[in-house]
Write a protein that binds this ligand. Sequence first.
Ligand code: NAD
Length: 327
Amino acid sequence: MKIAFYDTKDYDKIWFEKYLPEFGYEVSFFESRLNEKTAVLAAGYDAVCLFVNDDLNKEAVDVLYKNGVRVVLMRCAGYDKVDLKACEGKLTVLRVPSYSPTAVAEYTLAMALSINRKTHRAYVRTRDFNFKINNLMGTTIKGKRVGIIGTGKIGKEAARVFGGVGMEVVGYDMYPDEKSGIKYVSLDELFETSDIISLHCPLTKESKHIIDKDSIAKMKNDAILVNTSRGALIDTKALIDALLEKKFRGVALDVYEEEDEYFFEDKSDEIIDDEELIRLMSFPNVLVTSHQAFFTDESLQAIAEVTLNNLRAYEKGLPLENEVKHK
Ligand code: NAD
């Protein structure tokens, strides 16, 4: 079978190229992201392999289908940019539901610790031989409360790592897992009582802007907010307004509502025209990273292995454990 691989970066190839001889699939690596215009590149291929910011909208689905593509291999867990309804009856969508929840959870803790103890600022200072520590004071987090929103695979790992540094863990989930050992509270209680709030639910109609003006108003003034899930869980404008009013000890974002145009790319020589992104970056208590929470050697290996096994299962007519369908 032939795979058209979109939005390729050098690191994507490392594990795919190792596993490909074993599977015998032919792959063309394209740098372009998938959208309705670039979908035609996949003409004559059986499958497309996509990442988080590829845009599989209805038009792109139609172009792929018309050109013979039948399988979509998401090399990630999230599929919020896939029009599953449009795929129905045309494209089978397979994903990697869990490549390393631990990697994302560990990174979440790293961001929370960094924004609290301001290591990102200390690094810049000492690089310039400025060894003053004023304004770098943090708070001890042992015994404080972390609120985990979304207690699925990543949320549970986040609960474990935050618990590991002595924090009291509470969670909120639309479908609580009573066997998880996590103490569940209402969303309001989580907002009102947490010192760190960490987002781990997927982006859906219900969860879009779960962090907005109203929910921010309920939070402690010195709360730390961490988002390693999806940018649009937070209403960026409301967040900026709150930061301007000196709300939050700090905010750590590995994802951003309008990240598509910027994240994963080098824009250092360009004029950035996203005013909200510029504003966010200007706050000393905001740390922005470029969707890298998943980015470990182990994750990339698991992504390649599961993605290629997904195609093998499709090819051999085996049960498709990792299929996602329109509900
Ligand atoms: P999962 O499906 O195992 O868990 C998601 C949990 O969120 C479930 O328990 C679900 O019931 C809950 N949920 C759904 N809607 C909710 C809502 N409105 N409010 C509260 N809870 C809700 O998913 P996962 O593997 O834990 O991944 C979670 C998310 O993390 C993904 O959807 C993806 O957006 C993000 N992610 C980010 C990175 C990164 O590198 N930054 C990597 C992988 C995944």
